[in-house]
Design a protein around this ligand. Sequence first.
Ligand SMILES: Nc1ncnc2c1ncn2[C@@H]1O[C@H](COP(=O)(O)OP(=O)(O)OP(=O)(O)O)[C@@H](O)[C@H]1O
Ligand SMILES: Nc1nc2c(ncn2[C@@H]2O[C@H](COP(=O)(O)O)[C@@H](O)[C@H]2O)c(=O)[nH]1
Length: 212
Amino acid sequence: MSSEAADDDFLLLIVSSPSGAGKTTLCSRLRSEFPELRFSVSHTTRKPRPNEVDGREYHFVDTPTFEQMVRGNAFAEWARVHGHLYGTSLKEIELARTTARGILFDIDYQGARQIRAALDEAVCVFILPPTMAELERRLRGRGTEDEQATLRRLQNARGEIEHYGFFDYVIVNDEVDRAYDQLRAVVFAERCRRRRRARMCERLLTERRSER
Ligand SMILES: Nc1ncnc2c1ncn2[C@@H]1O[C@H](COP(=O)(O)OP(=O)(O)OP(=O)(O)O)[C@@H](O)[C@H]1O
Ligand SMILES: Nc1nc2c(ncn2[C@@H]2O[C@H](COP(=O)(O)O)[C@@H](O)[C@H]2O)c(=O)[nH]1
């Protein structure tokens, strides 16, 4: 994974949160508004939920397949999260670099740290629930996990929130429209980073008088 090859305009946007805080909801809005950001489809050993499609939400694989990919250095990052394996393949990032203006990762803090270690320009956003009680209400309300998995995710939430200091931006998802406004503002602000404008500045500087 080379960051030198990166186009200076290419945005690597990582969105993380404790389970149930609302990052999938917010990322799906981002994907509609910014189709030029390619969503990174992770591999996971978790079983698909009823509405999930292989290749769309995740590449669903069994544990031996995932472990073989780890041994083959196929992942840019991978981690065990809530008892399952999840990973971002190098191929996902390469595909985004050749077909899109950026990549959107919905990954946990462990993955965010690994991507950032390899690609320093990655922008990391942490989504928080307004309260722990609301987190539980949302997770239970979604109804996708059984009781044991729900408790595990709720128990892991505190340990995840402890990593807030790593992130560049923290957004409290109290009211979804307000939280989304803040997330899209991050995209607009990051697009204006000086390093993403270097090519534009250089072009202006080399423009000849007659071209004005
Ligand atoms: N601001 C909000 N107010 C109320 N409910 C919300 C809000 N944001 C999201 N939700 C709801 O909370 C539930 C969890 O949201 P979502 O699935 O987006 O969480 P997540 O962070 O992606 O969780 P996971 O990490 O488990 O995938 C969903 O039912 C979603 O509709
Ligand atoms: N480190 C990684 N974490 C990932 C990846 N894909 C998803 N995730 C995170 O796992 C949890 C649970 O997701 P769920 O879909 O089972 O609810 C959540 O925090 C995701 O962000 C990945 O490739 N690497």
